[in-house]
Design a protein around this ligand. Structure first.
Ligand code: HEM
Length: 371
């Protein structure tokens, strides 16, 4: 039963929302994308990169046939696009050249996600084992979206991928209970206990993994090294222009699309939906907007969980412990955001400004709504 549910929503028993064995290469025709994406760390910020992007052949996406191929194409095109736009974070370019704009738009349309870097692409579909030993962050590397040779660039994504995997058994346990509730079957006390324990255990493990972010990613490397490549097309000069112009698709007008954030991860939103946690209107609007960046079946899974979570879940055994653990995970996340963004803003002499204050206010409100 649950296996069918997981299949329907493209969730893996072992890997949760992570894409199982992502492809690493596209058909030969697309080699120019892969080749340039691999050389980005050496080229980023040079006139050579800009010239090479503009000189890419305009490739039809007709030979991309499988879901994995589309996910990899999105990843390679995200890499080229972010490198082109954000090599100077103070002065982003406000248009995407035709050879990447047109296929990026088309691949995104086929996947049902926006043409911008998103968690579903740069984390969930961006991992490979370094050797055949063990599946753990230390033994993972990324496939693309590399702007620096520093291990921190890859670590940011593979450590997050490890969190997704830590939470896979909890996602399966939620799917089990909700699948029963969806057919109006009564959930027994043991079933509730099993599920709540799986979530609590998963969140505890994920919290430990989150703190490991510091192991290979220095805040300076994140803040000054590659944070800008996660940006979307809504802030600063983009807001004045109304968004990013996709050359070859000018008739669609500038596109104002937000950037990548692990707020686009489906795991935490699944728990909120299952546990019937209600967020205040504004944070809730933001979290809802982040669903638009998730792979479509994952977005639909959260909606299905929300619609079918058992009425009596709040009085289920183990509920208080789960909610406490979710609160704890969110507190650890606030610690991480403080060292990677808030302290770095202070240290680099930038006034904290409304951005930092708003981030903290948002994260604390969301955390405190858990209880
Ligand atoms: C250096 C590491 C990280 C930084 C600097 C960071 C930063 C942020 C920021 C600034 C937000 C506010 C929303 C936004 O502006 O996008 C946010 C939200 C969020 N982040 Fe992270 N994040 C990090 C790692 C992670 C990881 C590994 C996860 C795990 C999946 C995660 C999960 C979330 C979630 C779920 C939200 C939405 C708020 C919530 O539900 O509590 N973040 N993050």
């Amino acid at each position: 039963m649950t296996v069918d549910v997981l299949k329907r929503f493209c969730i893996s028993v072992e890997y949760g929302f992570l894409l199982e064995s992502p492809d690493r290469h596209l058909p030969e025709k697309y080699l120019p994308w892969e080749d340039l994406a691999e050389r980005v760390p050496e080229l980023v910020g040079t006139a050579e990169l800009d010239a090479e992007v503009q000189a890419l052949p305009l490739l039809e996406v007709d030979e991309l046939r499988t879901h994995r191929q589309l996910r990899l194409a999105h990843l390679q095109l995200c890499t080229l696009s972010a490198a082109f736009l954000w090599s100077d974070p103070e002065k982003p370019k406000l248009f995407l050249p035709r050879p990447i704009a047109v296929p990026f738009f088309e691949v995104s349309r086929r996947l049902g996600i926006p043409p911008v870097p998103s968690h579903g692409t740069i984390c969930l579909a961006n991992w490979r084992l370094i050797d055949d030993t063990e599946w753990k962050a230390e033994n993972l590397d990324i496939i693309a979206f590399r702007f620096l040779r520093d291990r921190g660039n890859a670590w940011f994504f593979v450590n997050t991928a490890q969190i997704e995997k830590d939470l896979a058994p909890a996602i399966c346990a939620v799917a089990d209970v909700v699948a029963k509730a969806a057919t109006s079957e009564k959930i027994s006390e043991e079933e509730f206990v099993f599920c709540m324990k799986a979530i609590t255990k998963g969140l505890r493990e994920a919290g430990g993994t989150l703190l490991e972010m510091k192991k290979h990613l220095r805040p300076e490397v994140f803040y000054h090294g590659f944070r800008q490549f996660l940006n979307g097309y809504t802030e600063g000069a983009f807001s004045k222009q109304g968004g990013l112009i996709f050359q070859g698709l000018e008739h669609l007008g500038p596109m104002p699309i937000g950037g990548a954030s692990a707020a686009q991860s489906s795991t935490i939103q699944t728990f909120d939906a299952f546990l019937k946690i209600v967020h205040d209107e504004k944070p809730s609007d933001f979290l809802l907007s982040q669903r638009g960046f998730m792979p479509a079946p994952h977005r639909e899974f959260i909606e299905w969980v929300q619609e079918n979570s058992p009425e009596d879940v709040r009085s289920a055994p183990g509920y208080a412990e789960v909610v406490e653990e979710l609160h704890r995970f969110r507190s650890l996340h606030i610690r991480i955001v403080t060292s990677y963004i808030i302290n770095m803003k202070k240290r680099s002499g930038t006034a904290m400004g409304t951005g930092g204050t708003l981030i903290m206010h948002f994260l604390k409100t969301v955390r405190d709504n858990c209880r």
